[in-house]
Design a protein around this ligand. Sequence first.
Ligand code: PLP
Length: 357
Amino acid sequence: ALNFYAGPAALPLPVLKEAEKNWLNYNGSGMAVMELSHRSKEYDAIHQKAQDLLRSVLSIPDSYEVLFLQGGASLQFSMVPMNLLTSGKAGNYVLTGVWSEKALQEAEKVGQVCVAASSKEENYRHIPKINEIKLSEDAAYLHITSNNTIYGTQWDHYPTNEAVPLIVDMSSDIMSKRLNIENFDLIYAGAQKNLGPSGVTIAIINKKLLSHSNPSLPTMLNYNTFAKHDSLYNTPPTLAIYLLKLVLEWAEQEGGLSVIEKRNEEKAKILYNCIDESEGFYKGHAEIDSRSKMNVTFTLKDEETSKQFLQQAKEAGFIGLGGHRSVGGCRASIYNAVPVEHVEQLAEFMKTFQYKY
Ligand code: PLP
């Protein structure tokens, strides 16, 4: 399918084929992956390999823990302040869309918060400039959303401040480009865009932060529980972790993050060129210097034309192009698994549609 959904999103075809091959009989065990005990040696090999691959593909140093959590990125909106918002300090948030608003709202239930910068007034069309971020004096951490799935904006450069930990919701652009992990103190992401199916949530946390956690937290909400037990304190989402392993193997075989990054740039360029060359027929929602390479958001001249575009796109086999209700119009999500050829076909379709109308 020409799948442009924002998430859960397309998975690489070789991953699905490999999963299908092993579906009923994993590695000659006579069992499906989802039937393996999470304490078995077969599952343990999957679990360790997924962790090792995540470390190697994302170049994660040993000073960071890699955790497999559940509850989606949404549970991280609560776990972050529960673990890291020490009393007398304030969680600082940059608002760049609905997901960062939700992160702020959950933190407010736990302790003190402060909005360090926001582009809400401009309907989140851009990412605030780094020098517009005003940290409170008592900042416990700074939280940002690296890619705003709904609005189609993305941070290009990240804030740096040695004294204040940087926490990033990377749900919709993790593994899309090279990163220096040491610029961040905690990265979290639901897997269902670039990493695999929904069900597993990744956290990459600087070991130094683990000592901040309050020991009286509920066991399952404490990062230390997952760190101490190698993310096997309770039953992990074994099937999702197996598929994560396959996606990471695929990423490695493709040539790693430098190849994936280049391909993502190429795909985004095809669609943004199509928008920019349309002489206003297609209008990008995001300001040019804040454009996302993962979610391309655009509107057409009026509601009726947008509706016709979406209807005809659907008939031509393009799936998931409807924009989120807060932006309207259209959104093409072009995560890692979307091939360049699908993006080229979409650009062709857009040009033909424009010509007709
Ligand atoms: N953060 C971002 C940037 C997202 O795009 C999403 C979902 O699309 C979420 C958080 C929420 O993730 P989950 O559904 O895993 O809780």
